[in-house]
Write a protein that binds this ligand. Structure first.
Ligand SMILES: [Zn+2]
Length: 260
């Protein structure tokens, strides 16, 4: 019987039967894996803690007739703070949904897994007032990590250094200065079926975005913005990720609904 040891994050689960769950793990070794965890709905089961939502654990998995089963599991981090607060729990659910969505079987992406773990850790341990910041930083860095890196160095059409408010062309991942934006719009209007989405962003927001996509991952939250600029950053980062993934998430809509 095939057996593997993996380190993975439980990003999704489906209850099956009275005691069992099917869980989706995103692992550093094999990417996304769907595994059956028998008996883990019983509080007495030794593998129960490691099979809870958001648990990051070492798992020993065995394969039988094409299906993986949890044989042993030991938690590394359960992000306890996520379970105390509905806003935090909901943001964590969205973050895990994004990871699950972009993960593929047998194609590990350690960078994206690490970003998710760092973001869950910050969500669990920082104050609620920082949730918007954590969410925005996760979204734009995730987009950059999975291949949608925006080019934020200069206006994409004239090459000028942007020194004031500037447009982010979301779908093309580029900047446009106010002089070039009308020309870009005209050109894109000629191509039928092209989706267009522009956000005007302030210089502090642009600086924050540049920082987030290029800083060492452990310093992801090392920037500060005024309340107004943080609002713009939140809108832009969410739109950027969602439009490049081409769908929203029910967990994102739920998270936003409880903030109102
Ligand atoms: Zn320009």
């Amino acid at each position: 019987m095939e057996r593997v040891t993996v380190r993975g994050l439980n990003v999704r689960e489906t209850e099956t039967g009275d005691y069992d769950k099917i869980i989706t793990l995103v692992t550093a070794e094999y990417g996304k894996m769907t595994v059956t965890a028998k008996g883990v709905k019983s509080l007495k089961n030794k593998n129960m803690p490691a099979c809870q939502p958001f648990a990051y654990s070492n798992y020993v998995l065995k394969k039988s007739k094409k299906f993986w089963y949890v044989e042993e599991a030991e938690t590394i981090e359960i992000f306890y703070g996520l379970r105390e607060d509905l806003d935090k729990f909901s943001l964590a659910a969205y973050i895990c949904d994004v990871l699950c969505d972009v993960s593929i079987e047998n194609a590990p992406d350690p960078e994206m897994l690490r970003l998710t773990l760092n973001s869950l850790y910050a969500t669990a341990n920082r104050g609620r007032e920082e949730l918007s910041k954590i969410k925005a930083a996760f979204e734009i860095r995730a987009a950059a990590t999975i291949g949608f890196l925006p080019v934020l160095s200069e206006c994409d059409m004239c090459g000028c250094d942007v020194k004031a408010d500037v447009y982010l062309d979301v779908m093309n991942g580029r900047l446009l200065c106010p002089d070039c934006k009308p020309r870009a719009e005209k050109e894109e209007a000629m191509i039928e079926g092209t989706a267009r989405l522009y956000f005007i962003i302030t210089l502090p927001v642009l600086m924050a975005m540049r920082y987030i996509i290029s800083c060492p991952q452990e310093k992801l939250l090392g920037f500060s913005l005024s309340e107004d600029d943080m609002y713009i950053l939140s809108k832009v980062c969410e739109a950027y990720l969602i439009n490049h993934l081409e769908h929203t998430f029910t967990t994102l809509e739920f998270y936003k609904s409880i903030l109102i």
